[in-house]
Write a protein that binds this ligand. Structure first.
Ligand SMILES: [Zn+2]
Length: 166
């Protein structure tokens, strides 16, 4: 940069390579939840629009991230940190926010709840994983539209089964 520099003249440097715009922008770790400080995971706009229970007039043309922090009420926040949507503004209950509930879904496409998985036998666990995989292969899943995390549940299901076995 040349004349866009905002260093004060007393710095004795008329030209610096940092633009005025960069220096004036407030510093913020943009992928971090403004409430709990945990790193969020980017989600598609479709996911946010599908899962919000409030008017979509509130949705902005910005990137949204998913906060999976269990103790944080925020489900989605905007990359600029100016907007948050909490569990009360989401149509689905969110597994990550209440993992010990029996009736919260882990697999939102094929409706397997945390309680069902927790009380199932090892053989039934295999059957649940098979059911999900079969559904995925048949193109029947819609994780981006049904799962609040906007992505496949299989990792969460596997972790939960592992925890039960441990
Ligand atoms: Zn959070």
């Amino acid at each position: 940069m040349t004349d866009a520099c905002c260093c004060p003249p007393e710095a004795g440097n008329a030209v610096c390579d940092r633009s005025a715009e960069t220096l004036q922008r407030p510093r913020r770790a943009t992928n971090v939840c403004p409430v709990c400080g945990m790193k969020g995971k980017p989600v598609q706009g479709q996911t946010v629009k599908t899962l919000l229970s409030v008017s979509l007039r509130a949705v902005q043309a910005v990137e949204y991230l998913f906060c999976k922090s269990r103790t944080c009420p925020v489900v989605y926040f905007s990359l600029n940190g100016e907007q948050t949507f909490t569990t009360a503004q989401i149509r689905e209950r969110v597994y990550q926010k209440e993992p010990t509930s029996g009736d919260v879904l882990v697999c939102y496409c094929f409706r397997h709840s945390a309680g069902d998985i927790r009380t199932a036998s090892p053989a039934a666990h295999t059957a649940i994983i098979d059911d999900i995989n079969t559904g995925i292969s048949a193109g029947q899943c819609a994780c981006d539209l049904r799962n609040p995390q906007g992505a496949c549940c299989l990792g969460n299901v596997r972790v939960l089964i592992k925890e039960i076995g441990a």
